[in-house]
Design a protein around this ligand. Structure first.
Ligand code: SF4
Length: 435
């Protein structure tokens, strides 16, 4: 029996798909590519934008076309938020919510045996279990995503996640350390600590453990060489936190700080809990204290009520800050959120123009950041051979510059090698191998 996965959305979903794949392998399944004919298709959905729902539906019908007898399981945030809608999509056999993904093999087998649609969507607040780490699921990877936290208590006005995933739930620190040791024993050099709102790590645990305490514990471990934080709220970086992390050797100097808007009025309507000035101050403090730090971000354009002046504030803000990379999203209303009922929704063409303007700005900023490193020697964790470029490998520096490495010996996947950056392309650097 074969199973194939399609994963939409965030890194937590990627991690959970890997955990589900492992469960199928243990049940005797072979994991295959989604483009192949398979006996089971699992679609791990996202509902952060309407595009997520639309894309999920397209993928479901693609799976159906590939094998009309396959069992199709739709799991994750879209199923959690709209189980009735998902179960009515033609061909869907299993519908599981965000906290029922762990039972996917059982329900897939049950749907096949009983020829009945299985819908299991538990209330998000009831169950705070994390999947067991199983090393097999990480095969062929060089960096390991490790989920340390789920859920969010913030309720930004555009976001459904607190409804889809429930309140903050953190993995016990002893468990995190045990899993990192296990990954390191299996040769992983880099761990990415992932979660929905990682800055909230620990608020639900007994005692006073925070994300910084966890980073300090990881810093003391032997073995693992790099630790990255997936995405983090700007307000996490208080002066005390910066003081503690600035000399950490394992923590990679790259932080994804979601901005969403550089205009205070828009931030307020979004219910983000920082001002543009506070954000800028945090960026400056990080740049002053952490060598080679790279800051990436997300921005939403066309949020309800965003006027031309408000957008210009965001544009000017990003022009001034010159962050390494900006992921631009066009606002898309999500039913059930406060923002979807706000007046002055922005026209699609205007969103398109604003998005394009920020993408152009990003392209310049990203290339300029890489250009700063031309002639410098940096460590690169090698991930794979570049497709269609025999003998050229790609990997990432500690501050997350994607690099194509030339003149490298074979079999270096998973190794950290020293390279000299020779050239900056739009979104990656070209380097030569030194040793
Ligand atoms: S912080 Fe805001 S955007 Fe992020 S998951 Fe929580 S509610 Fe959603």
């Amino acid at each position: 029996m074969k199973v194939a996965f399609a994963t939409l959305g965030c890194r937590v979903n990627q991690y959970e798909s890997e955990a589900m794949a492992e469960k199928f392998i243990r049940d005797g399944y072979e994991v295959t590519d989604f483009s192949e004919v398979s006996d089971v298709y699992v679609i791990n959905t996202c509902t952060v934008t309407n595009m997520g729902d639309k894309k999920s539906r397209q993928i479901i019908s693609r799976a159906r076309r590939q094998n009309e007898n396959a069992v199709i399981a739709v799991v994750g945030c879209y199923s959690q938020m709209a189980p009735g809608e998902v179960s009515k999509i033609e061909g869907v056999d299993v519908v599981l919510g965000t906290r029922n993904k762990g039972d996917v093999v059982y329900y897939v087998n049950k749907a096949r045996d009983e020829k009945e649609v299985q819908v299991h969507v538990e209330g998000v607040l009831k169950n705070n279990k994390f999947e067991e780490l199983n090393i097999e699921e990480y095969q062929d990877k060089t960096r390991a995503f490790l989920k340390i936290q789920d859920g969010c208590n913030r309720f930004c006005t555009f976001c459904l996640i607190p409804y889809a995933r429930g309140s903050v739930c953190s993995k016990n620190p002893e468990k995190v350390i045990e899993e990192i040791n296990k990954l390191s024993e299996h040769g992983f050099k880099e761990i990415i600590l992932s979660g929905i709102h990682t800055a909230s790590y620990g608020v639900d645990l007994e005692g006073t453990i925070t994300l910084v305490d966890l980073l300090e514990k990881i810093e003391r471990l032997d073995g693992i060489e790099r630790v990255r934080i997936g995405s983090i709220e700007p307000a996490f970086f208080t002066p005390e936190v910066v003081e503690k992390i600035k000399n950490m050797k394992k923590l990679c100097p790259q932080f994804h700080l979601s901005l969403q808007s550089g205009c205070n009025a828009t931030l307020k309507r979004m219910n983000r809990r920082y001002s543009a000035e506070e954000y800028e101050n945090i960026v400056n403090v990080l740049r002053e204290n952490i060598k080679d730090v790279s800051i990436t971000t997300d921005v939403i354009v066309g949020f309800p009520g965003e006027t031309e002046e408000e957008f210009k504030e965001t544009y000017d803000f990003l022009s001034r800050l010159k962050l390494t990379k900006t992921h631009v999203f066009k606002y898309s209303p999500r039913k059930g959120t406060k923002a979807s009922d706000m007046p002055n929704q922005v026209d699609g063409n205007i969103k398109e123009e604003r998005s394009k303007a920020l993408i152009d700005l990003n392209n310049k900023n990203e290339k300029a950041f890489i250009e700063n490193y031309i002639g410098e020697d940096l460590d690169v964790l090698i991930e794979q051979e570049v497709r269609d470029k025999k003998g050229i490998y790609e990997g990432y520096t500690r501050n997350y510059i994607k690099v194509e490495v030339h003149d490298m010996p074979e079999n270096m996947k998973g190794q950290i090698v020293n390279c000299r950056i020779e050239e900056a392309k739009e979104d990656y650097g070209v380097a030569t191998y030194l040793k």
